[in-house]
Unconditional design. Sequence first.
Length: 132
Amino acid sequence: MIIPKMLYLQNVLADGVTTVTTPTKNQVKNNTLRDNGFNNLNGDGGGVGYQAGIFDQGYGDTIQNNSICGAGYTASNSNATRVLLPIDVTTATAPVVKNNTTCSTASAETDVRARAISTVMSARPAVPQPIR
């Protein structure tokens, strides 16, 4: 079985930047993503690395029942040179994000860049916990 490191959905207008204005309704469901590495060290422009388990730039897309695990997706591992997120929907319109899990060991992990992520509670790092 191949376990992907990232799922990337980008639905934009002809300018290549602006999110589409009609619903795309893409679905990202029941995936397992694993990555303990920091692989993209230059990707977010300005020399800042960027890595997300699931990136969505669409309209009305659903991200549900995915398991995202590893240091490479843990926002608390972000710093001045890299941004790490399990799910990034900051450029999406009306995304539906529910019942996803992460194996983060952080007791409270919030990232303003990913409004889909709120609090993650985990007493045991090996047991995935819901992102609510």
